[in-house]
Design a protein around this ligand. Structure first.
Ligand SMILES: NC(=O)c1ccc[n+]([C@@H]2O[C@H](COP(=O)([O-])OP(=O)(O)OC[C@H]3O[C@@H](n4cnc5c(N)ncnc54)[C@H](OP(=O)(O)O)[C@@H]3O)[C@@H](O)[C@H]2O)c1
Length: 134
């Protein structure tokens, strides 16, 4: 059985990728902050494929705790990883002239730092990684 981690899988592009992978028979670890939305996604995925294992990881990917939880879930449930989709992201639509430093730091953490840390934690420690979507 193939397995994948998809961050930001409770809505939008991440949710659509999750549906495709569920249809293809992947076991999935879904990551996002909003528990209700993530559980709703899981329900929809079960309707697509009842035979796959779907694990939820509720958390903010800019938190080291969440990254550690993801690593632990991969280790205990799969002990391998075929696909990592670093999809979770934040984008502030305010003007570059008015964005404050804290928002810049938050966006860099979510969009750049955390995906790199997750790649380091997961992608390179498992044998024969096949696919990385940044
Ligand atoms: N749609 C576009 O036209 C477009 C264009 C360029 C780039 N992108 C990028 O593509 C990605 C997906 O876009 P989208 O339009 O599908 O966005 P979306 O509908 O807003 O979905 C974002 C997903 O990321 C999760 N998320 C956001 N911040 C998170 C965090 N700190 N920790 C964990 N999960 C987090 C959200 O769930 P929670 O809120 O529950 O955490 C949600 O599941 C984003 O990285 C976006 O920047 C999109």
């Amino acid at each position: 059985m193939k397995c994948a981690v998809i961050t930001g899988s409770s809505s939008g592009i991440g949710k659509e990728i999750s549906k495709k992978l569920a249809f293809q028979g992947f076991d999935l670890i879904l990551v996002a902050r909003n528990k209700v939305n993530l559980e709703k996604t899981k329900k929809e995925l079960v309707e697509i494929n009842k035979r796959i294992n779907i694990i939820l990881c509720i958390g903010d990917i800019s938190s080291p705790n969440t990254l550690n939880n993801i690593e632990e879930l991969v280790k205990t449930n799969f002990n391998k990883l075929d696909v990592l989709v670093n999809n979770a992201g934040a984008f502030d639509v305010n003007s570059i002239m008015s964005i404050n430093e804290s928002t810049i730091d938050t966006q860099i953490n979510i969009n750049l730092k955390s995906p790199i840390l997750l790649i380091q934690k997961l992608f390179f420690i498992y044998k024969n990684p096949k696919t990385l979507i940044y």
